[in-house]
Structure formats: C-alpha cells, structure tokens
Write a protein that binds this ligand. Structure first.
Ligand SMILES: NC(=O)c1ccc[n+]([C@@H]2O[C@H](COP(=O)([O-])OP(=O)(O)OC[C@H]3O[C@@H](n4cnc5c(N)ncnc54)[C@H](OP(=O)(O)O)[C@@H]3O)[C@@H](O)[C@H]2O)c1
Length: 259
C-alpha cells in the first residue's frame, strides 16, 4: 500500500486530495492544526474506502513544524511515497497596512515550511529513486499581485522552486509538480479577509474537488506544473502578453473590485 502525506488536509483543496487518494487505496496521513476536523475526515475515509488513515496536528507556521511532522512519520515507520505540500494561507491589503507578524507567519507557512518539508522528504525519495511531490502554487505564481504582495511573491517562490527541482530530477523516478489554481471555493477567502472582494464570488470560483482532480492527474503524469481551468490558464499567460506594469495594474483592478 502506497502512502500519501497531505498538509492542510482539514479543509478545502487538501481535504479533496485526501478523498482522491483514499479512492486510489493509498494509506493517508493528514496534517494541519485542527485535530477534530482531521479525526472526522480520517474516520470517514477509513469507513468509506477501507484505507489506513493517520492524522498529525502540527502548526506549520512554526519553524520546527516541518521537522516535527517528518519525525512523527519516521517514528511511526511510515514511508511517504507522495507528499502533497498544500497548507497555505493568503492575506489582503496594501503591505504597509498589514500586521507584520501575520505576514511573516504566512511566509513561514507558504515558503519556509513548504520548502523544508520538500527537502526532508525529497532526500528519502531520491535515495529510493521513487516518489512524487505536489506543491500548491496559484495563478499568482505567474505575476505580482498588488494588495496580495507577500502572498503572490510566496506563490512565485513555489513555482520557481518546483520548476528548478523538477529539472534537477530529470532522469530519475522522482517527480515534482506545481498545481497553480485560480480562485477556488474554499475557506481561503474568509481566512484572507477577502470575503467582500469580487474575486471570491462563488459563481466564478472553481470547485475544489475539480481542482484537486486536475492536480492529481498532473502529479501522476509527472508534469512540472498545471493551471486548472482555461480562464486561469489565460490569466497565467498575461505577463507574456502585456508589459509588466500593465499586468500589475490589471491584477490590482481585479483584486480591488468588491461584491
Ligand atoms: N482557494 C483559492 O482560491 C486558492 C487559489 C490558489 C491557491 N490556493 C492554495 O491552495 C492551498 C489550500 O488552500 P484552500 O483554498 O484549500 O484553503 P483552506 O480551505 O483555507 O485550507 C487551508 C488548509 O491549510 C491549513 N493550514 C493553515 N494554516 C496552517 C498552519 N499554520 N499549519 C498547518 N496547516 C495550516 C488549514 O488547516 P488548519 O486551519 O486546520 O491548520 C487548511 O487545512 C493553499 O496553499 C492556498 O494558498 C488557494
């Protein structure tokens, strides 16, 4: 039985990944802060799909979070075949108005923690010459996003890291893929205090199950990156079509629109 470790598995896209991997009969390890939510999901997956489930409550915005998670996996003699590096959060507003510590915590989670987990598990995968990693970026991985400056920069990091490492791994049986979704119907906008922004309008956001399915297919094919949805793909191409300062004007006007 293969094993998948999914971070940020208590809700949204991560929870959908857990269902997909359970259907594929993977042993599931869920990781996030909310133990109660994960316990419920773990029980549901175990009963519905007859798979082994584990959950680890860990704060990945703390610098020791990745190592605690890695050590927990090792102490339980589990070998991770697939890492879904999904935990992440957003923020909204002009940088000078945002709380510095909250922004630093977001960078710790979206950048440091993702990279740290990737390095820890990648070493084992390369030793075995087997394994897959899926890093969750965003359409904002492709362009700077005023009013979400640190967030878009953190997601650019995810895409650059993934593309570079994917090239390093060519010729091995280890693959790294970035999933770069656009607006998706999850708790993301609520946590980022973007509920009143037009971009969060339910009719225009993608179903997280669909996003996770597209990510799963790309991961299994060993693709370097995937952008779910044609409109999102077009958005990701905008820096190729327009001058860079036009792109930031467009992204600012999109994010400014309220419901
Ligand atoms: N929704 C979108 O429009 C969208 C678009 C592009 C990219 N994304 C990316 O997709 C990924 C998943 O987000 P989502 O949309 O599914 O949002 P979500 O429903 O808010 O899920 C975020 C997940 O991350 C976990 N998390 C947050 N802070 C954490 C911490 N300090 N330590 C451990 N886990 C933590 C949360 O669990 P706990 O709160 O229980 O810890 C939750 O399971 C993120 O990387 C996000 O940036 C989302």
């Amino acid at each position: 039985m293969k094993t998948v470790l999914i971070t940020g598995a208590s809700s949204g896209i991560g929870k959908e990944f857990a269902t997909i991997f359970a259907k594929e009969k993977y042993r599931i390890i869920l990781a996030s802060r909310n133990e109660q939510k994960m316990k419920k999901t773990a029980q549901h997956l175990k009963q519905t799909y007859q798979v082994e489930t584990h959950y680890v409550a860990v704060d990945l915005a703390k610098s020791n979070g990745p190592e605690l998670l890695y050590n927990h996996v090792k102490e339980n003699n589990l070998e991770v075949d697939v890492l879904v590096n999904n935990a992440g959060k957003g923020s909204f507003g002009p940088l000078h108005e945002l709380d510095i510590q909250t922004e630093l915590d977001m960078i710790q989670l979206n950048v440091h923690s993702l990279s740290h987990l990737m390095m820890l598990f990648l070493k084992d995968m390369v030793k075995r010459d087997s394994g897959r990693i899926l890093n969750i970026g965003s359409t904002t991985s492709f362009y700077p996003c005023p009013l979400s400056a640190n967030y878009s920069a953190s997601k650019a990091f995810v895409l650059y890291l993934t593309e570079a490492v994917a090239a390093e791994l060519q010729g091995t049986h280890v693959s790294v893929t970035a999933l770069c979704p656009g607006a998706t119907t999850t708790e993301f906008f609520q946590h980022a205090k973007m509920n009143n922004q037009r971009v969060s309008k339910k009719e225009d956001t993608m179903d997280p199950a669909k996003v996770a399915e597209i990510g799963f297919q790309a991961l299994m094919k060993g693709k370097t990156y995937v952008v779910p949805g044609y409109q999102n793909w077009m958005l990701a191409q905008s820096p190729r079509l327009f001058p860079r300062n036009t792109v930031t004007k467009i992204t600012r006007s999109v994010l400014e629109k309220t419901l």
